[in-house]
Structure formats: structure tokens, C-alpha cells
Design a protein around this ligand. Structure first.
Ligand code: ADP
Ligand code: MG
Length: 263
């Protein structure tokens, strides 16, 4: 599936950010992040703890409001902030609709512990997407099958392994039919033997053409699946390159040092 831009035959720019800044109090965390992600691309963000990777993903999904800069989703300007105030005149409903194009999976699975797997997936479908319970249940079934958990539909989160819970979290995000998926260290909280099953689901998603931004320290995955690797450091994108380039011959000494420290 290739979503093409209206203006040309290039794949559509699903996400573009220009000069995005974000502070928490006096801590200036994002210091002008520029990034472009085209339809069908898998972009892996790497970088040391505290670089602002999670903050950046939160800003894309508008879980945090940016101080300044511009955010485009599907070539539509959603935010052009100055001093935290959006200069774009856009209806809240229209903004919400665009933000629903983005699905997100966190390090911690964030499943509701007192709801079954089925209810975890159905909840937002019914409340946010406003589809019928019957249709939501059917969609949950299809998505659970896709992540290899069809038989866990009536299980409680506590009965599942961490890897299974994370796959349910992925199914839940996919059920909303996003066009872009953000993953924030989706395997960091897992026991090592459970990492592979989650990465396998992400690989199949990438192979199916999903546009993805993945923050991960899984360098095997990054090497194999990423179209572009982005090295974030000190709140900016210090370097971006295809994996073959960045892993063998990074331009920047900081990138080199970071890769040496983790490989
Ligand atoms: N809500 C917040 N309030 C205050 N500081 C925050 C908040 N979120 C993140 N930070 C700080 O921002 C910095 C960058 O964090 P983060 O984006 O999580 O980095 P990374 O994901 O690259 O490790 C950290 O120093 C963190 O403590
Ligand atoms: Mg983080």
C-alpha cells in the first residue's frame, strides 16, 4: 500500500516537523527537531537516555503541547506554535480526527487490568470511533488473530505474559486504524525471551506497509527493518542515515560513540 501525495508521485509525507521546541519548566528538552517520515517508511530513533525521544513522540501525538515549531500530519499543518499557542486556525474536531491517524504503543503496556483483552480493544472503538459493539468485537478478533493471540480474547491482562500484553496493546492501537504507528521502546520492559515475539509483530506490520516511528535499542531490528535511522542527542536530530550507513560509517563522533557504547 503506497499512499501518494496529491502534488507528485512521491510517497506522501505522513509526518513532518520543523524546528520543534519543548521545555519543561526551565529544562529545554527539544531544541528544534526537524524530521520527515514518508508513507510506508520505518524510521527508528536511537539516542541516549534523556535525549528527548519520548518527549518528541508525545508531541507528535499531542500528549504534550509544543512551545514552538510546526507539525504536519499527512501534509496538513496542524500546529504552528509560538510561545505554546497554536497559530493555525483549525477546529478541535478536525485536529482530533488527524491525531487519530496516529497510534501509539508505550514501553509499559497500559492495558486496563480490570478489563478483558476484548474489552481493552473494544473500549476506544466504541467510545471514540463510535462503531457498534458487534463491529468492534469483530475487529478485535481480526486484530488479535493478526498478533497471534486469537485464543486470548477473553483473558485478563494479568493472565498474559509481558510479551502477550504488549501484542494486545499493539492490536488495540491497530484497531483504531491509524495510518502511522509510534512505538516508544516497546520491548524495553520485557524479559529477553519475550522480546522476539513483539519484534516479529512489528516486522510484519512494517512489511505490510505501515508507516512507523520506532524508538528502540534493539539494533538487530533497526538494522533489518529501518529505512532511516535517526540519532537524537541533546534535543535535536544530530544525524540521520540509512542503517547500512549509520552503523558502519556515521558522520558524527557522538553517533559513533553512542553506537560503540551499545553494540
Ligand atoms: N513531564 C515532564 N516534566 C518534566 N520533565 C520531563 C517530563 N517529561 C520528560 N522530562 C525530562 O525531559 C528529558 C528528556 O526525557 P525523554 O523525552 O523521556 O528522553 P528519552 O526518551 O530520550 O530518554 C528528561 O530529562 C526528562 O526528565
Ligand atoms: Mg524515552
Amino acid at each position: 500500500m503506497q499512499i501518494e501525495s496529491k502534488e507528485s508521485n512521491e510517497p506522501m509525507l505522513m509526518i513532518k516537523t520543523e524546528d520543534v521546541h519543548k521545555s519543561f519548566g526551565s529544562l529545554h528538552i527539544l531544541k528544534g527537531v526537524n524530521l520527515e517520515v514518508h508513507a510506508g517508511e520505518v524510521v527508528c530513533i536511537i539516542g541516549p537516555s534523556g535525549a528527548g525521544k519520548s518527549t518528541y513522540l508525545h508531541c507528535l501525538k499531542h500528549l504534550e503541547n509544543i512551545d514552538s515549531g510546526r507539525i504536519y500530519i499527512e501534509e496538513k499543518l496542524l500546529f504552528d506554535n509560538k510561545k505554546g499557542v497554536n497559530q493555525v486556525k483549525i477546529k478541535n474536531t478536525e485536529l482530533a480526527e488527524s491525531l487519530l491517524e496516529i497510534g501509539m504503543v508505550f514501553q509499559r503496556f497500559n492495558l486496563f487490568p480490570h478489563k478483558t483483552v476484548l474489552d481493552n480493544i473494544m473500549l476506544a472503538l466504541i467510545n471514540v470511533r463510535k462503531i457498534s459493539a458487534e463491529e468492534a468485537r469483530e475487529r478485535a478478533r481480526v486484530l488479535l488473530d493478526r498478533v497471534g493471540l486469537a485464543d486470548k480474547i477473553d483473558a485478563w491482562p494479568g493472565q498474559l505474559s509481558g510479551g502477550q500484553q504488549q501484542r494486545v496493546a499493539i492490536a488495540r492501537a491497530l484497531a483504531m486504524e491509524p495510518k502511522i504507528m509510534l512505538f516508544d521502546e516497546p520491548t524495553s520492559a520485557l524479559d529477553p525471551e519475550l522480546v522476539g515475539e513483539v519484534l516479529a509483530v512489528m516486522k510484519s506490520l512494517a512489511a505490510a506497509g505501515m508507516t512507523m516511528i520506532v524508538v528502540s535499542h534493539e539494533m538487530g531490528f533497526t538494522r533489518e527493518v529501518a529505512d532511516k535511522v535517526v540519532f537524537m542527542y541533546g534535543g535535536i536530530v544530530l544525524e540521520e542515515a540509512p542503517p547500512a550507513k549509520i552503523f558502519t560509517n556515521p558522520e558524527n563522533d557522538r553517533t559513533r560513540q553512542f553506537l560503540q557504547s551499545i553494540l
